[in-house]
Design a protein around this ligand. Sequence first.
Ligand SMILES: Cc1cc2nc3c(=O)[nH]c(=O)nc-3n(C[C@H](O)[C@H](O)[C@H](O)COP(=O)(O)OP(=O)(O)OC[C@H]3O[C@@H](n4cnc5c(N)ncnc54)[C@H](O)[C@@H]3O)c2cc1C
Length: 410
Amino acid sequence: MTEPTVVIRPSTTEDVAAAVRRAKQESLPVTVVSGGHGPWSHGSSPGLRIELSELNSVDVDGTTVRVGGGAVWGDVAATLAGHGLAISSGDTATVGVGGLTLGGGVGWMVRSWGLAADQLIGVEVVTADGDVIEASADENPDLFWALRGGGGNFGVVTRFDFAAHRLDGIAFAETRFADPASVLRAVRDLLTDAPRELTVTYMDVPPMDPSAPAGASLSAVWAGADAERLRAVLEPITRLDGVEADITTPAYRDILMEPPVPAEGEEQVPPGFVGGNGLYARLDDDLIDRLLAFRAAYPASVLFLRSLGGAFGDVTQEATAFPAREATWFVMAGAFDIPGLVDDDTRAEILADWAVIERNRIAEYSNFSPTERPEAVAGMFAPAARERLREIKRTWDPENLFRRNHNIVP
Ligand SMILES: Cc1cc2nc3c(=O)[nH]c(=O)nc-3n(C[C@H](O)[C@H](O)[C@H](O)COP(=O)(O)OP(=O)(O)OC[C@H]3O[C@@H](n4cnc5c(N)ncnc54)[C@H](O)[C@@H]3O)c2cc1C
């Protein structure tokens, strides 16, 4: 029988623990919501929905930052700016610290400081038994390992402790161009040997996507308020014919995107997504050509590429549950499944094209997998990590109370 949805917005860890104990007692499926951008947060879900938005404190103690499990990254960046600090998170202000960090978190300083999860030094967790425990490298280290990439499978994280980085500012380049193929090749070559202060994102979205300006663009962040250094580093790109770059030194908080907020009472269910994503060891010419052909073939499609390497690649594969530390690029390609734009034939063609593109990926990045696909979960982890994650799941949540996620079945 499907249970009605009960929504709670706890303001303390003890409230979360009491709710989890109740859910366990009554065998209610649990949905945990931090920023609300994940696929399980939209629409009504049966069981108990724990909305963490009131657990949104951001406390700074030296370079240690304790963040409530329901805070959003825009608020974290704004608070840290006042202390000359930053954490590499994602590109969007309204995304939650909870979902992004537990899945990994690829952000604007990923090459400088690694994933959001790589900056994590400890957590407070409400377990499936309703106990409140700490996890870190010294305390419950297996659980701490699993929480860095394994998603919301292991409990409700009520507090994230990060080691933040000193940041005096950033330099930011927005680049427009006519010939994506030459720009992508040049940026690929540049990033094979670039300073790790540089992180870039390539984006090409259709006009119907409200998340970003339409068309192809390359954005770059330099971790440091040094516009001239960024200008010099990007010279192999900006000297190409038809490339125009605008280089500024905004506050880091101000480059985080703000998607439109739904009106009070209005439910914003994002359209489905046909396509996929992958972490790739190399961005070779064949992959570039296939991605550009894909984008050209489907007017409603989007294409995102993000540079990795640097500090992301310094972390060993065994150190966290996140897959593919040898990846140097993250790629996402697909189309919003909007009636009238994507019919059954187009959907089938997109999936066939994506199936070819994904062949060479090392793993799928769970956070950018916007629908629940149980059959895909194995491909989100390194082979050795899969069994370890299942063992840890059996220890901490043998009854699979926390299953509204990319689920690791115990
Ligand atoms: C507009 C947009 C921009 C994005 N940009 C980036 C980006 O730049 N980089 C990137 O890496 N990803 C990005 N993502 C993907 C994003 O990381 C995932 O969608 C993530 O799951 C969102 O986290 P959330 O807390 O907002 O979502 P939620 O829906 O609240 O959470 C997602 C899931 O995480 C789990 N969860 C969340 N909080 C907790 C908690 N405290 N304890 C236990 N489990 C929890 C739950 O299983 C939940 O269903 C973006 C997504 C969107 C929609």
